[in-house]
Design a protein around this ligand. Structure first.
Ligand code: S3P
Length: 174
């Protein structure tokens, strides 16, 4: 089906990078639908993500996340954002590679680490940051940044930019 689909993009990046905020802006500017994988997961699970983690644990969350994200990668024509940890799951990595092969863009939204960390901690409701949130965020960033770079075919730096400015920059690159 290469070349047959509309230009579409999936946004990845760290917790607090602004994936959903910027993704919504881009979708609006391009007049495309927007979806957030975490919202779809919550809808399927019938509960909020922290509750799901507490009840079933991270491995079960990653399985559900993989099912939801792979469905979206196949069917969703628009802009959508993934939860920060999603690109670490091998099945999702395969899905992202296929998405690129089909003409899609996988966008690594590279926010300033200090800004993203601060926003992630302020936001709350993130079970991966339980405990010392800054230390947890930094550790995850170190593990994830190289993977995000390698699975994405578009890298967008947003240091010091408003969500609107970041969205315009992203739009020009997809
Ligand atoms: C996670 C990030 C969250 C959510 C879940 C796990 C992670 O999404 O999927 O809490 O492992 O980084 P955001 O990146 O939108 O916060």
């Amino acid at each position: 089906m290469s070349g047959m689909r509309r230009p579409v993009a999936v946004i990845i990046g760290m917790m607090g990078a602004g994936k959903t905020r910027v993704g919504k802006e881009v979708a609006q500017m391009m007049n495309l639908p927007f979806a957030d994988a975490d919202n779809e997961i919550e809808h399927d699970a019938g509960m909020r993500i922290p509750e799901y983690f507490e009840k079933y644990g991270e491995p079960e969350f990653r399985r559900l996340e993989s099912d939801v994200v792979l469905d979206m990668l196949e069917d969703f024509d628009g802009i959508f954002s993934l939860g920060g940890g999603a690109p670490m799951t091998p099945s999702i990595q395969e899905g992202l590679a296929q998405y690129i092969a089909d003409g899609g863009k996988v966008v690594y939204l590279m926010a300033d680490p200090e800004e993203a960390m601060e926003r992630a901690n302020r936001g709350g409701g993130r079970p991966m940051l339980n405990g010392d949130a800054n230390e947890r965020w930094k550790k995850l960033y170190k593990e994830r940044d190289p993977v995000f770079r390698s699975v994405a075919n578009v890298h967008v730096g947003t240091r010091g930019q408003s969500p609107q400015a970041a969205a315009r920059k992203l739009m020009e690159m997809i």
